[in-house]
Structure formats: structure tokens, C-alpha cells
Write a protein that binds this ligand. Structure first.
Ligand SMILES: [Zn+2]
Length: 277
């Protein structure tokens, strides 16, 4: 018997194709990640309203704006928002600067307020809500400064919500400069996630860990290309970034989010230069 149904809301490319997930049970709805732009957050709220059930809790997988920006538009102030302590702390410390960085690009679609998760678990833990057990696994830095994944259980039904550990079929955000740690985390979690349906922050859900393997291959390719182009310099020239984008576009032909390739180049070049010194 199915104990929960997963509904997916996916933003368009302007909203970084980010996924929000609604876990519907007999009692209500859980939200996993809240989307980036005001219009998408409002559409997500409408999707929840159409289910005709209350939102009982929200979860934030990691502290990037495409996963927490929409919270004030999607859940009421009385709804608990869960995350690891590291995720909450990073949101608190970076949300204002992120808005300053990105509001010129997104205008009024960038929310003018944000919400920090208020139900925090240091190092992860388990939340029981709506008849589900949600295990929050703290992963440390990987795609962001503080990543986690959620393992949701109800009876025999299990699923994992893996945040941005994998961009399934899309180009990846590498601008936080933790590509080595990300590779190590991918290797570490592959065993514990095998055989489960995986719901990534970007790209399609699927059963099995092939998306984690492909993410490792993408990051290895990206690092190798940055290493060769930068020749140990801590940043790339505009021409080198264009070449990197061409290389990665050849690696993932037709994939969305190609603009992320150049965005993360300096961070990874600096990471590699520091590791090599
Ligand atoms: Zn994301």
C-alpha cells in the first residue's frame, strides 16, 4: 500500500529548473525545498491548495536560494521548517548577500524576505510527521557549504530526496568550490542510497544510483578541464571559461543550465590551485 505520493513542481530554466517536492499522505502534505522565484513559489502554493490538505512541515536540503527562497510564499509561519543546523546557519549568514548578488538579475521575482529553518538538528536526525519518518542525513560541504539528504520511510515504502547531490542530466552548480568533497560524498552515499527512488534537486527522479555515478563523471570531467585550462592559476580568463563551456556542452549535449559552467570555473580553479600547493 502506498503511504505517500510524491508530486513534483519544476521551475523553468529561468528558475534554474529546480524541483520542489510535495509528499502527500492521508493527513497532509510535506514540502521538500521551496523553489527560487516568487512566481514559482506562488504556483507551488496553488498546487498545494489544490491538494486540499494542510502543509504539516517543510524541509530544506541545503542552503542555496533555489531551495529556500520560496518558503515565505509557500508555508505559513506556523508550519515548522526542518533542516540541519549547518543548513539553517548558512542560510542565516548568506541569504542577504545572495539577494544583493542576484536581485539585479531577477528583479521583483527575487523574494524581498527569507525564512531560516527553525527546527534544526545538529548533525541530522529523525522527524516523525504525517505518519512518515524523515531521516535527515548531514553530509557536510558538497554541492553547497552544507548539504544533506532526506530518507523518507512509511512502512515498506522508502524514497530519498537528495538535494543537489545530483543534477540529473543538467549542468551543475560548482561555484561553492567543494568539488573534491562533493566527489567524496557521492562515493560515500552510493551504497546507502542504492535501490531507492532518488529525487534530485534538478533533473528527473529515477530508481537506482546511476545519476550519482553520472554526477561523479561530470565533476571529474569538469575538474580535469579546469585543471588543464588554468594550468594551476586560481582563476580562468573569459576565453578559457568559454572553452570550458564548449567542452562541457560537448560532454552533455543539449543539457540545460549551461551558464553554470562558467559561473563555477574560478571557484574550482582556486580549489585545485589550493589543493596543488
Ligand atoms: Zn539547486
Amino acid at each position: 500500500m502506498t503511504e505517500f505520493t510524491v508530486h513534483t513542481y519544476t521551475a523553468a530554466e529561468k528558475g534554474i529548473c529546480v524541483n520542489s517536492y510535495l509528499l502527500e499522505t492521508a493527513d497532509g502534505v510535506l514540502l521538500v525545498d521551496a523553489n527560487l522565484l516568487v512566481a514559482d513559489a506562488r504556483a507551488l502554493a496553488a498546487r498545494i491548495a489544490a491538494l486540499g490538505k494542510p502543509v504539516l512541515a517543510a524541509f530544506v536540503t541545503h542552503p542555496h536560494p533555489d531551495h529556500f527562497n520560496g518558503l515565505p510564499y509557500v508555508v505559513g509561519e506556523d508550519v515548522p521548517v526542518h533542516a540541519t543546523t549547518a543548513v539553517a546557519k548558512t542560510i542565516e549568514e548568506t541569504a542577504a548577500a545572495k539577494r544583493e548578488q542576484w536581485q539585479p538579475t531577477y528583479g521583483e521575482q527575487w523574494p524581498d524576505r527569507f525564512r531560516v529553518p527553525d527546527q534544526t538538528l545538529a548533525g541530522g536526525g529523525t522527524v516523525e510527521v504525517a505518519g512518515l519518518r524523515v531521516h535527515i542525513h548531514d553530509l557536510g560541504p558538497a554541492e553547497s557549504d552544507a548539504d544533506s539528504y532526506l530518507l523518507v520511510e512509511a512502512g515498506a515504502q522508502r524514497a530519498a530526496f537528495i538535494g543537489d547531490l545530483a543534477f540529473n542530466g543538467l549542468h551543475s552548480y560548482t561555484a561553492d568550490g567543494h568539488s573534491a568533497a562533493w566527489l567524496a560524498v557521492l562515493e560515500r552515499v552510493t551504497g546507502e542510497l542504492s535501490g531507492l527512488p532518488l529525487y534530485p534537486g534538478h533533473g528527473r527522479a529515477s530508481d537506482g544510483t546511476a545519476m550519482l555515478t553520472r554526477q561523479r563523471q561530470y565533476l571529474l570531467m569538469y575538474r580535469e578541464a579546469v585543471r588543464r585550462l588554468s594550468a594551476e592559476a586560481p582563476s580562468l580568463t573569459p576565453d578559457q571559461k568559454a572553452e570550458l563551456t564548449e567542452i562541457m556542452s560537448g560532454y552533455l549535449p543539449g543539457a540545460a543550465l549551461g551558464w553554470l559552467v562558467g559561473l563555477g570555473a574560478d571557484a574550482v580553479a582556486a580549489e585545485l590551485a589550493a589543493a596543488g600547493s
